[in-house]
Design a protein around this ligand. Sequence first.
Ligand SMILES: [Zn+2]
Length: 351
Amino acid sequence: MPVGTQGTVKGLTPAELQAAGTQILLANTYHLMLRPGSALIREQGGLHRFMAWDGPILTDSGGYQVLSLKELVRVREEGVHFRSHLDGSSEFLSPERSMEVQADLGSDIAVTLDHAVPLPADPETQRDAGERTLRWTERSLRHGRTLVTPEGREQLLFAIVQGGGDPDLRAEMAERTVALEGDGFAVGGLSVGETKEETWALARATTQVLPLDRPRYLMGMGTPLDLLDGIACGLDLFDCVLPTRNARNGMAFTTAGPINIRNAEHARSKEPLDAACGCEACVRYTRAYLRHLHLAGEILAHRMLTLHNVTFYQTLMAKARRAIDEGRFSSYAREFSEHYRERSGGPPASA
Ligand SMILES: [Zn+2]
């Protein structure tokens, strides 16, 4: 899922997103509840009509953004008190409120409110946040089942599994979350300070317990290699700002690894960003031209790199789906990672 923070994937129209192979978008509850407000979006007929996207939309619960505000956040049993980053006004997000905002937005998939903790954290804090997440999940699901979207539809409700950095706690939390009957499950609170190896061990501890007939969504992680590792752990659905945010900083993902279009080596290049890609940026323009546009601060550079990166991610996933259907996912993933090099400076900046 490309991320449409403010009800738009920055720089791309719905038609361009579709042409890039996008099946579903993520929109941020936190940002949209503060501006323009979820009542206004309900009045406008819901987010699909408001942003002119007729494909599926998943909304997050808003909890992650609120908790990352750090300052002026108070977590209480009833919910989270915080101050808006826009005007400093006092705001409140509870499980019930989050589900109401998401129903107003009219997303197809709404996500329960959870309490994630940065790692490392002491066992007591992790247990405490996990137990609170379970109580909030129950409240979110109970209230969410009573709501309808502006189009009069019920939403699919995904429950988030927490459990911190302890695989046993993860497995326990997964089991108890499954008992609460979500339509799908999300794995939250990963990539928050632990090593990659630990991340996948924690993801596996969770997915091993989740039912096979419900989608599993890994929240907020996604270099191309992360997506393939995540699929290997049994995860189905991903969101990440990397392809769109990094595009605006001049980074393009290619089958040989990420490149930065600002680099002098591209100044005279007559090559496309990625010869294997069929997007408009790659079919029409050279690296030299896109570099020039980027350095001149032209909007078209941001748009074309974003279009390319979204296309690259969607193509990666479409190929993964085909490989799974044909029973050759492991060899597909191995082949991709053999060609894909994350250059010096390590992996692209994290989400
Ligand atoms: Zn392309």
